[in-house]
Write a protein that binds this ligand. Structure first.
Ligand SMILES: NC(=O)c1ccc[n+]([C@@H]2O[C@H](COP(=O)([O-])OP(=O)(O)OC[C@H]3O[C@@H](n4cnc5c(N)ncnc54)[C@H](OP(=O)(O)O)[C@@H]3O)[C@@H](O)[C@H]2O)c1
Length: 248
């Protein structure tokens, strides 16, 4: 199989996606950059073409338009002359207590982080099954390992995404289609800049470097950064409620 380096990356207009696009382009990936803010994507695409001479396509995409996600996978394949991977990174964060009358924010979080991600991944899975190879990457979160306070919609969206990736991992075991689930802790981006304490925060370039490394290695699942989140992520489902409720 030819080296797999043509990827569709959603949520590339800001934060982790933007920094990850820089990392991957510098490592020789060709990219289709997708998000709603097309101006940001055009600027980034121009920078990456100039700096790295890669093939960079821009796709304006709202991942809550699920039919458009299907088309985006097809457009990325056409624009890059083939598609070897999809990174479902687009997401929103909403911190707020359950029952505070903001159901619409929960709904938006689930429609973006869970259904939007699955819409992109499912369209890619169909293509990858047809062509016999590919790489499915999801940016989930440590917050998906256990429902956390003031995070009921966000945690649910990421738990659902982790579960979806586990299903894909089992279905595709032994095939040439790899799955990678990334579980970040706190990475400094606009999504969490107003959200209170951010323990073990790392900067976005460091986060993107680590994520790019796991994509390159096709890790099945990885906490970012590994320390201390791999320990915290494994403990979270087992810790007693009384302890967590007091600590958080
Ligand atoms: N930063 C962290 O600490 C952290 C931790 C765990 C997981 N994550 C996950 O990492 C991913 C990236 O987040 P970030 O930290 O980089 O936040 P960010 O800077 O706010 O970036 C979010 C990206 O998602 C895109 N997006 C949001 N809604 C979209 C929609 N409906 N359609 C298409 N694109 C949409 C945004 O682009 P447009 O607004 O231009 O559409 C933007 O490019 C998210 O899935 C987030 O949950 C982040």
């Amino acid at each position: 199989m030819a080296e797999a380096r043509r990827y569709l990356l959603t949520g590339a207009s800001s934060g982790i996606g933007e920094a990850l696009a820089r990392q991957l382009a510098s490592q020789g990936y060709d990219l289709a950059l997708a998000a709603r803010r097309e101006d940001n994507l055009q600027l980034l695409a121009g920078e990456l073409r100039q700096a790295h001479g890669r093939s960079i396509a821009v796709l304006q995409l709202d991942v809550t338009d699920y039919a458009a996600c299907q088309l985006a996978v097809e457009h990325a394949r056409e624009a890059l002359g083939g598609l070897d991977g999809v990174i479902a990174n687009a997401g929103v964060g909403f911190a707020g207590k359950a029952g505070s009358g903001r159901f619409q924010r929960y709904r938006q979080t689930l429609e973006t982080n869970l259904i939007g991600a699955i819409a992109c991944l499912d369209a890619a899975t169909e293509l990858f099954r047809r062509q016999g190879h590919g790489h499915l990457v999801a940016i989930a979160s440590v917050a998906g390992k256990r429902g956390l306070p003031a995070s009921a919609g966000y945690s649910a969206s990421k738990a659902g995404l982790i579960s979806h990736m586990q299903s894909l991992d089992l279905e595709l075991y032994g095939s040439d289609i790899a799955t990678t689930t990334i579980l970040p802790g706190y990475i400094d981006t606009p999504i969490n800049q107003d959200s209170g304490p951010r323990p073990f925060l790392i900067d976005v370039d460091q986060g993107a470097r680590l994520i790019a490394r796991h994509i390159g290695k096709r890790s099945r699942s990885a906490y970012v950064p590994g320390w201390p989140w791999a320990v915290i992520g494994r403990l979270l489902p087992c810790l007693p409620t009384w302890l967590l409720a007091r600590a958080l």
